[in-house]
Design a protein around this ligand. Structure first.
Ligand code: 2HG
Ligand code: ZN
Length: 460
């Protein structure tokens, strides 16, 4: 089917205003948030409900045109943008809005895939509820994208990743059929866990259209503190004590260099009189004020200095030093981002080895989610010719110490060829079988997650 015909047929389903072919209008859907991954779409289509998504998928399937589902386009591994060929359709789910009533008895709420996280937070908080997953890109990240990537974020230490907070999904499969697992019953052992399978599938198996989410009680009393420490070892020692507190919701670390960059790019004032090697941002929350139990733990810890947030706005002020790392790094250049998990016991050794692995080929900024050993290795000033070698060296070391090459951002296009480092041949073959069974023509997100096959005729 030629492009004009496909455009006409799609427009008949979603309305002409929601099929974008103009290069300028397509641009923001074709380039990722960092500017590192830029492709070219055949067109962008913006369906407004599940039936329209199903019709779009069917039409693209008939035309043999691949579909790249996209949420808020805040992904960091190139999974939400099209490839370079100008052949793929970007299917934006942003118009799939709508938030249902808070079902307090069941602790659930149903949302459209295009709802932004901050919108959900504003909806549920007045009723005393919270969604357990929170992240810095909350204003743009959509629930559909967060589910597709099994986003982690800042509160995994208490509430787990997105997977633990999704009860059910509705999704359009490659043949246009609508999978309805939206009931999200707390007990339902009828067959395979297809919801669990679609969480983290990165747009390669289906287009998520709606989700039934779990809610947690919003804990009204919170204390935020920024700790200045000697070293990563000292941060890990404090973390081990903090984990005794049920109120611990957040334990985020960054370093002297990262803080300096954030201050330079944001204009924020220094949180302490002098600089320190490592910082740990912690937050405890409860129905009762957790300040005292946090102070007790910190009193016995090897902490150089502490800044405590006395109220919510003070807490947000301290959190900004950590949350603004991504934008500060972006303001300094186009980063090479590696998002890895390293077992906690290996973390100090891994960080100490990093300069040797990089061998002067990059300016590193390290920050992340300490409790999970989730390190965001942001590398600036990497020469294009060194990118592959630098990535390979770091990821191979991660694999050697028993870590994961993708902690929370997904595999995307960026890491597909490195999948074998932390997934066995048996594992990859099982994943490929699932892909082939659910998307036999390779319609969804070619090149994302699974490495392309060398076999002629394959479209992935
Ligand atoms: C965060 O933790 C996000 O702020 C982004 O996962 C991390 O920019 C990054 O590398
Ligand atoms: Zn993160």
């Amino acid at each position: 089917m030629d492009s004009d015909r496909l455009v006409r047929r799609l427009a008949a389903v979603v309305g002409g205003a929601h099929v974008l072919t103009d290069r300028a209008l397509c641009a923001s859907y074709e380039t990722d948030f960092t500017g590192r991954y830029a492709g070219r779409a055949r067109l962008v289509v913006r369906p407004g409900d599940t039936a329209q998504v199903a019709a779009v998928v069917r039409l693209c399937g008939e035309a043999g045109v691949a579909v790249v589902p996209q949420g808020g386009n805040t992904g960091l591994v190139g999974g939400s943008v099209p490839g370079p060929g100008g052949t793929e359709v970007v299917l934006s789910v942003r118009r799939l809005g709508g938030i249902g009533p808070v079902d307090a008895g069941a602790r659930r709420v149903t949302v459209g895939a295009g709802v932004a996280l901050a919108e959900l937070q504003r909806h549920v908080r007045p009723y005393g509820w919270e969604f357990g997953v929170d992240l810095a890109s909350r204003d743009s990240a959509t629930l559909g994208g967060m589910i597709a990537t099994n986003a982690g974020g800042e509160r995994v230490v208490k509430y787990g990743t997105t997977r633990a907070n999704v009860a059910g999904v509705e999704a359009v499969m490659a043949d246009g059929g609508v999978l309805d697992r939206l009931a999200g019953l707390p007990k339902d052992n009828t067959g395979y866990d297809l919801t669990g399978l679609l969480v983290g599938s990165e747009g390669t198996l289906a287009v998520l259209t709606r989700a039934r989410l779990c809610l947690v009680p919003r804990l009204p009393r919170r204390t935020t503190a920024l700790l200045a420490l000697d070293s990563l070892e000292a941060a890990l020692a404090v973390l081990a004590e903090l984990r005794l507190l049920e109120s611990l919701e957040l334990a985020e670390f960054f370093t002297e260099d990262g803080l300096a960059l954030v201050m330079e790019k944001s204009g924020l004032p220094a949180p302490f009189r002098e600089a320190h090697p490592v910082y740990l941002l912690v937050e405890c929350a409860g129905r009762r004020d957790p300040a005292e139990e946090l102070a007790e733990v910190l009193a016995g810890a090897a902490v150089r200095d502490v800044a405590v947030g006395v109220d919510a706005s003070d807490g947000r002020r301290l959190a900004a030093y950590r949350e603004r790392h991504t934008e500060a790094v972006n303001a300094a250049g186009i980063p090479l981002k590696l998002d890895v998990t390293v077992p906690l016991a290996e973390l100090p050794g891994f960080v100490a080895e990093l300069p040797g692995l990089l061998a002067g080929r990059a300016r590193p900024y390290l920050f992340g989610h300490l409790a999970e050993g989730n390190l965001h290795v942001n590398l600036l000033e990497v020469a294009p010719a060194d990118e592959e070698a630098v990535t390979g060296a770091v990821l191979a070391r991660v694999a050697a110490v028993g870590g994961s090459i993708s902690a929370e951002h997904g595999v995307g296009r960026a890491k597909a060829r490195h999948l074998h480092l932390t997934r066995s041949a048996v594992d990859i073959a099982a994943m490929r079988s699932i892909k082939d069974a659910l998307d036999p023509a390779g319609l969804f997100s070619p090149g994302t997650l699974l490495p392309p096959l060398a076999r002629p005729g394959t479209r992935r």
